[in-house]
Design a protein around this ligand. Structure first.
Ligand code: QAP
Ligand code: CO
Length: 167
């Protein structure tokens, strides 16, 4: 297992649309393990392959208090369940230090493959639903800052670029 380097906004590679995984093999299982290890080390509650510059449709999530409920989704497909929306203060390991309110569908169904390549289905609400939607956005090249005003997004970008100059 390995801790991978996380790309940071506004790195253009974060805008890449990830390709579907054709076959869940040892290479994909290693990627899944590395995503989990990198996420736990950060620490974070979700990480998409896009964020470590691997453009394949794999995400890792663990929203449990004890950090002992790792979830891997390969080729995830989201369907909103109903019209209700929820707001949540989101952050992102690729946008370090910034948390802003985003509105998303409150309940979703996710269909995906697990780390053995078996199809599974899960219904989610609350933080888990927020996190899965946030991570699947990464696979489309979308970031939570895209839901904010252009002014807010530009301010975040300027602050991160300034910080990086100092580092
Ligand atoms: C996505 O994000 C998420 O800025 C996962 O300084 C976040 O794990 C979904 C993190 C919130 C729903 C709600 C961010 C850690 C972690 C930071 C993360 C930071 C330290 C973000
Ligand atoms: Co993120």
């Amino acid at each position: 297992m390995a801790i991978l380097r996380i790309l940071e906004f506004p790195d253009p590679r974060l805008r890449t649309r990830a390709r579907p995984v054709a076959r869940v093999d040892d290479r994909i299982r290693r990627l899944a393990d590395d995503l989990l290890e990198t996420m736990y080390a950060a620490p974070g509650i979700g990480l998409a392959a896009t964020q470590v510059d691997v453009h394949e449709r794999v995400i890792a999530v663990d929203v449990s208090e004890e950090r002992n409920q790792p979830l891997i989704f390969v080729n995830p497909e989201i369907t909103p369940l109903g019209e209700e929306r929820q707001e949540y203060q989101e952050g992102c390991l690729s946008v370090p230090g910034f948390f802003e309110t985003v509105s998303r569908p409150a309940r979703i169904r996710v269909r995906a493959l697990d780390r053995e390549g078996r199809p599974f289905e899960l219904e989610a609400d609350g933080l888990l639903a927020v996190c899965i939607q946030h991570e699947v956005d990464h696979l489309e090249g979308r970031l939570f800052v895209d839901y904010l005003s252009a002014l807010k997004r530009q301010r975040i970008r300027a602050k991160l670029e300034k910080q990086r100059q100092r580092a």
